[in-house]
Design a protein around this ligand. Structure first.
Ligand SMILES: [Zn+2]
Length: 304
Protein backbone atom coordinates (compact mmCIF):
# COMPACT_ATOMS: atom_id res chain seq x y z
CA UNK A 1 0.00 0.00 0.00
CA UNK A 2 1.00 3.61 -0.43
CA UNK A 3 2.06 4.71 3.03
CA UNK A 4 1.73 7.99 4.90
CA UNK A 5 4.87 10.05 5.24
CA UNK A 6 6.44 12.47 7.67
CA UNK A 7 9.96 13.81 8.11
CA UNK A 8 12.62 11.75 9.89
CA UNK A 9 13.96 14.47 12.21
CA UNK A 10 13.01 17.99 13.32
CA UNK A 11 14.38 20.96 11.41
CA UNK A 12 14.40 24.67 12.16
CA UNK A 13 14.95 27.92 10.31
CA UNK A 14 14.47 31.66 10.81
CA UNK A 15 13.01 34.07 8.27
CA UNK A 16 10.79 37.09 7.96
CA UNK A 17 7.10 37.39 7.19
CA UNK A 18 6.30 38.88 3.79
CA UNK A 19 3.55 41.09 5.17
CA UNK A 20 4.50 41.59 8.81
CA UNK A 21 8.22 42.02 8.15
CA UNK A 22 8.66 40.28 11.53
CA UNK A 23 11.34 37.72 12.23
CA UNK A 24 9.86 34.31 12.90
CA UNK A 25 11.32 30.94 13.88
CA UNK A 26 9.87 27.98 11.99
CA UNK A 27 10.33 24.46 13.39
CA UNK A 28 9.03 21.46 11.47
CA UNK A 29 8.71 18.18 13.38
CA UNK A 30 7.61 14.62 12.63
CA UNK A 31 3.98 13.81 13.56
CA UNK A 32 2.18 10.48 14.14
CA UNK A 33 -0.06 8.79 11.54
CA UNK A 34 -3.37 10.47 10.73
CA UNK A 35 -2.31 13.78 12.35
CA UNK A 36 -2.41 15.75 9.13
CA UNK A 37 -0.50 19.00 9.05
CA UNK A 38 -0.83 20.95 12.27
CA UNK A 39 0.46 24.47 12.82
CA UNK A 40 1.27 25.36 16.43
CA UNK A 41 1.59 28.98 17.55
CA UNK A 42 4.21 28.52 20.28
CA UNK A 43 4.05 32.25 21.07
CA UNK A 44 0.47 31.96 22.37
CA UNK A 45 -0.22 31.09 26.04
CA UNK A 46 -2.17 27.95 25.12
CA UNK A 47 0.28 26.85 22.38
CA UNK A 48 -2.73 27.04 20.07
CA UNK A 49 -3.01 24.43 17.32
CA UNK A 50 -4.31 25.47 13.91
CA UNK A 51 -4.95 22.45 11.64
CA UNK A 52 -4.28 23.03 7.93
CA UNK A 53 -7.77 22.48 6.54
CA UNK A 54 -9.89 24.12 3.87
CA UNK A 55 -12.56 25.09 6.40
CA UNK A 56 -9.98 26.86 8.60
CA UNK A 57 -9.24 29.41 5.85
CA UNK A 58 -10.39 32.82 7.09
CA UNK A 59 -8.68 35.35 4.78
CA UNK A 60 -7.50 35.03 1.18
CA UNK A 61 -6.91 38.63 0.11
CA UNK A 62 -3.10 38.56 -0.07
CA UNK A 63 -2.24 35.05 1.03
CA UNK A 64 -4.02 32.01 2.43
CA UNK A 65 -4.63 32.56 6.15
CA UNK A 66 -6.01 29.87 8.45
CA UNK A 67 -7.33 30.21 11.97
CA UNK A 68 -8.65 28.25 14.91
CA UNK A 69 -10.42 29.90 17.84
CA UNK A 70 -9.16 33.31 16.85
CA UNK A 71 -5.49 32.30 16.49
CA UNK A 72 -4.21 32.84 12.95
CA UNK A 73 -1.43 31.47 10.78
CA UNK A 74 -0.86 33.38 7.58
CA UNK A 75 0.84 32.78 4.23
CA UNK A 76 0.70 28.99 4.50
CA UNK A 77 0.57 28.28 0.75
CA UNK A 78 4.25 27.97 -0.19
CA UNK A 79 5.10 25.70 2.74
CA UNK A 80 2.03 23.52 2.09
CA UNK A 81 2.96 23.37 -1.57
CA UNK A 82 6.38 21.99 -0.59
CA UNK A 83 4.65 19.44 1.68
CA UNK A 84 2.49 18.34 -1.26
CA UNK A 85 5.55 18.16 -3.51
CA UNK A 86 7.37 15.93 -1.04
CA UNK A 87 4.28 13.81 -0.36
CA UNK A 88 4.21 14.59 3.37
CA UNK A 89 0.98 13.78 5.22
CA UNK A 90 1.79 14.38 8.89
CA UNK A 91 3.78 17.26 10.35
CA UNK A 92 3.84 19.59 13.32
CA UNK A 93 4.84 23.06 12.19
CA UNK A 94 5.72 25.42 15.04
CA UNK A 95 5.85 29.19 14.60
CA UNK A 96 6.62 31.88 17.16
CA UNK A 97 4.65 34.47 15.18
CA UNK A 98 1.64 34.71 12.91
CA UNK A 99 3.26 34.48 9.50
CA UNK A 100 5.17 31.64 7.85
CA UNK A 101 8.54 33.09 6.73
CA UNK A 102 8.69 33.97 3.04
CA UNK A 103 12.29 32.72 2.54
CA UNK A 104 13.16 33.37 -1.15
CA UNK A 105 9.50 33.68 -2.22
CA UNK A 106 9.33 30.12 -3.59
CA UNK A 107 9.09 26.63 -2.06
CA UNK A 108 12.80 25.86 -2.62
CA UNK A 109 14.01 26.49 0.95
CA UNK A 110 11.23 24.39 2.46
CA UNK A 111 11.95 21.55 0.04
CA UNK A 112 15.65 21.69 0.87
CA UNK A 113 15.07 21.75 4.64
CA UNK A 114 12.55 18.92 4.74
CA UNK A 115 14.56 16.74 2.36
CA UNK A 116 17.65 17.33 4.49
CA UNK A 117 15.67 16.07 7.50
CA UNK A 118 14.81 12.93 5.54
CA UNK A 119 11.41 11.54 4.54
CA UNK A 120 10.02 8.67 6.59
CA UNK A 121 7.27 6.26 5.63
CA UNK A 122 4.75 5.43 8.32
CA UNK A 123 2.77 2.28 8.91
CA UNK A 124 -0.64 3.45 7.72
CA UNK A 125 -2.27 3.77 4.31
CA UNK A 126 -1.94 7.12 2.60
CA UNK A 127 -5.37 8.53 1.83
CA UNK A 128 -6.23 10.44 -1.32
CA UNK A 129 -9.14 12.66 -2.32
CA UNK A 130 -10.28 11.14 -5.61
CA UNK A 131 -12.36 13.54 -7.71
CA UNK A 132 -15.53 11.80 -8.96
CA UNK A 133 -17.27 14.54 -10.92
CA UNK A 134 -16.42 18.02 -12.19
CA UNK A 135 -16.75 20.84 -9.67
CA UNK A 136 -16.16 24.43 -10.64
CA UNK A 137 -16.43 27.95 -9.30
CA UNK A 138 -16.47 31.16 -11.32
CA UNK A 139 -16.25 34.79 -10.39
CA UNK A 140 -16.42 37.22 -13.30
CA UNK A 141 -13.77 35.99 -15.76
CA UNK A 142 -12.01 33.86 -13.14
CA UNK A 143 -12.40 30.11 -13.05
CA UNK A 144 -11.21 27.21 -10.91
CA UNK A 145 -12.28 23.65 -11.64
CA UNK A 146 -11.53 20.07 -10.56
CA UNK A 147 -12.20 17.11 -12.84
CA UNK A 148 -11.81 13.35 -12.56
CA UNK A 149 -8.36 12.29 -13.79
CA UNK A 150 -6.22 9.33 -12.75
CA UNK A 151 -3.19 11.35 -11.70
CA UNK A 152 -2.47 14.93 -10.71
CA UNK A 153 -2.39 17.57 -13.41
CA UNK A 154 -2.75 21.36 -13.27
CA UNK A 155 -3.53 23.72 -16.16
CA UNK A 156 -3.28 27.41 -15.24
CA UNK A 157 -3.81 30.51 -17.36
CA UNK A 158 -2.99 34.02 -16.18
CA UNK A 159 -3.74 37.20 -18.08
CA UNK A 160 -1.56 40.07 -16.93
CA UNK A 161 -1.54 43.00 -19.33
CA UNK A 162 2.05 43.85 -18.59
CA UNK A 163 4.87 43.98 -21.14
CA UNK A 164 7.26 41.89 -19.01
CA UNK A 165 4.65 39.22 -18.28
CA UNK A 166 3.19 39.30 -21.79
CA UNK A 167 6.53 38.25 -23.17
CA UNK A 168 6.45 35.11 -21.05
CA UNK A 169 4.09 32.16 -21.28
CA UNK A 170 0.80 32.93 -19.60
CA UNK A 171 -0.40 29.33 -19.58
CA UNK A 172 1.35 26.32 -18.10
CA UNK A 173 0.23 22.71 -17.85
CA UNK A 174 2.00 20.30 -15.56
CA UNK A 175 1.25 16.59 -15.30
CA UNK A 176 3.15 15.06 -12.40
CA UNK A 177 3.28 11.69 -14.13
CA UNK A 178 5.84 13.33 -16.40
CA UNK A 179 7.25 16.34 -14.60
CA UNK A 180 8.96 16.83 -11.27
CA UNK A 181 7.61 19.29 -8.73
CA UNK A 182 11.01 20.36 -7.47
CA UNK A 183 12.50 21.26 -10.84
CA UNK A 184 9.40 22.48 -12.70
CA UNK A 185 7.43 24.32 -9.99
CA UNK A 186 9.22 24.46 -6.63
CA UNK A 187 11.63 27.31 -7.50
CA UNK A 188 9.06 29.75 -8.94
CA UNK A 189 8.99 32.95 -6.89
CA UNK A 190 6.08 35.11 -5.87
CA UNK A 191 5.71 38.41 -7.71
CA UNK A 192 4.20 41.83 -7.24
CA UNK A 193 3.85 45.21 -8.87
CA UNK A 194 5.73 48.19 -7.43
CA UNK A 195 2.66 50.45 -7.29
CA UNK A 196 0.74 47.76 -5.37
CA UNK A 197 3.66 47.25 -3.00
CA UNK A 198 3.57 50.95 -2.09
CA UNK A 199 -0.18 50.86 -1.47
CA UNK A 200 0.23 47.73 0.66
CA UNK A 201 3.02 49.33 2.69
CA UNK A 202 0.74 52.26 3.46
CA UNK A 203 -1.70 49.70 4.86
CA UNK A 204 1.10 48.17 6.97
CA UNK A 205 1.49 45.16 4.68
CA UNK A 206 4.26 43.80 2.44
CA UNK A 207 6.73 45.10 5.04
CA UNK A 208 9.05 42.13 4.54
CA UNK A 209 8.80 42.18 0.75
CA UNK A 210 11.98 42.91 -1.21
CA UNK A 211 13.83 41.95 -4.35
CA UNK A 212 15.31 39.09 -2.27
CA UNK A 213 11.99 37.33 -1.91
CA UNK A 214 9.81 38.44 -4.83
CA UNK A 215 9.93 39.38 -8.46
CA UNK A 216 8.93 43.05 -8.50
CA UNK A 217 7.69 44.81 -11.62
CA UNK A 218 7.18 48.49 -12.34
CA UNK A 219 4.97 49.62 -15.22
CA UNK A 220 7.38 48.45 -17.86
CA UNK A 221 9.90 45.95 -16.62
CA UNK A 222 11.21 43.58 -13.97
CA UNK A 223 13.22 45.44 -11.31
CA UNK A 224 15.28 42.46 -10.09
CA UNK A 225 18.77 42.26 -11.51
CA UNK A 226 18.87 38.49 -11.73
CA UNK A 227 17.29 36.50 -14.55
CA UNK A 228 13.92 34.81 -14.15
CA UNK A 229 14.33 31.25 -12.90
CA UNK A 230 11.91 30.00 -15.56
CA UNK A 231 10.94 32.02 -18.59
CA UNK A 232 7.30 31.63 -17.51
CA UNK A 233 8.00 31.93 -13.78
CA UNK A 234 4.83 33.96 -13.10
CA UNK A 235 2.32 31.32 -14.16
CA UNK A 236 4.46 28.57 -12.59
CA UNK A 237 4.24 30.40 -9.27
CA UNK A 238 0.45 30.49 -9.59
CA UNK A 239 0.58 26.69 -9.93
CA UNK A 240 2.87 26.49 -6.87
CA UNK A 241 0.26 28.52 -4.94
CA UNK A 242 -2.62 26.38 -6.23
CA UNK A 243 -0.87 23.15 -5.14
CA UNK A 244 -0.49 24.61 -1.64
CA UNK A 245 -4.07 25.87 -1.53
CA UNK A 246 -5.43 22.52 -2.76
CA UNK A 247 -3.40 20.61 -0.15
CA UNK A 248 -5.67 22.21 2.47
CA UNK A 249 -8.25 19.59 1.46
CA UNK A 250 -6.23 17.37 3.80
CA UNK A 251 -4.96 14.74 1.35
CA UNK A 252 -3.33 14.64 -2.07
CA UNK A 253 -5.84 15.03 -4.88
CA UNK A 254 -6.32 12.49 -7.65
CA UNK A 255 -7.78 14.66 -10.37
CA UNK A 256 -7.02 17.54 -12.67
CA UNK A 257 -7.25 21.24 -11.83
CA UNK A 258 -7.99 23.88 -14.44
CA UNK A 259 -7.77 27.56 -13.60
CA UNK A 260 -8.04 30.90 -15.33
CA UNK A 261 -6.87 33.91 -13.32
CA UNK A 262 -7.66 32.05 -10.11
CA UNK A 263 -6.17 32.92 -6.73
CA UNK A 264 -6.38 31.96 -3.07
CA UNK A 265 -10.04 33.01 -2.69
CA UNK A 266 -11.35 31.02 -5.64
CA UNK A 267 -9.15 28.02 -4.80
CA UNK A 268 -10.67 27.92 -1.33
CA UNK A 269 -14.22 28.39 -2.69
CA UNK A 270 -13.54 25.41 -4.98
CA UNK A 271 -12.51 23.17 -2.06
CA UNK A 272 -15.50 24.25 0.01
CA UNK A 273 -17.85 23.42 -2.88
CA UNK A 274 -16.16 20.03 -3.29
CA UNK A 275 -16.46 19.21 0.42
CA UNK A 276 -20.12 20.28 0.50
CA UNK A 277 -20.99 17.65 -2.12
CA UNK A 278 -20.08 14.15 -0.89
CA UNK A 279 -20.91 12.68 -4.33
CA UNK A 280 -18.10 14.72 -5.91
CA UNK A 281 -15.22 12.85 -4.31
CA UNK A 282 -14.13 9.72 -2.47
CA UNK A 283 -11.42 9.16 0.10
CA UNK A 284 -9.39 6.19 -1.08
CA UNK A 285 -6.03 4.51 -0.67
CA UNK A 286 -3.97 2.60 -3.22
CA UNK A 287 -1.66 -0.35 -3.35
CA UNK A 288 1.78 0.46 -4.78
CA UNK A 289 1.03 -1.01 -8.18
CA UNK A 290 -2.43 0.56 -8.52
CA UNK A 291 -1.48 4.12 -7.57
CA UNK A 292 -1.54 6.88 -10.18
CA UNK A 293 1.91 7.32 -11.67
CA UNK A 294 2.19 10.86 -10.27
CA UNK A 295 2.12 9.37 -6.78
CA UNK A 296 3.61 5.91 -7.34
CA UNK A 297 6.70 4.93 -5.46
CA UNK A 298 8.28 3.53 -8.58
CA UNK A 299 8.46 6.81 -10.48
CA UNK A 300 7.76 9.34 -7.74
CA UNK A 301 8.29 12.17 -10.21
CA UNK A 302 6.28 14.48 -8.01
CA UNK A 303 8.91 14.16 -5.31
CA UNK A 304 12.09 14.31 -7.38
ZN1 LIG B 1 2.56 32.57 -3.74
Amino acid sequence: MMKQRTIAAPIKTIGIGLHSGCKVTLSIKPAPINSGILFVRVDTPAQSVVPATALAVCDTRLASVIQNEGVRVSTVEHLLSACAGLGLDNLIIELDGEEVPIMDGSAASFLFLMESAGIEEQNAARQFVVIKKPIEVREGDKLARLEPFFGFKLDFTIDFKHPAVDKTGQRFIVDFAEHAYRSEIGRARTFGFAHEVEALREMGLARGGSLDNAIVLDEHRILNNEELRYEDEFVRHKILDAIGDLYLVGHPIVGSYIAEKSGHALNNALLRKLLEDPSSYEIDSFSENKAPKAYSKESQPLFF
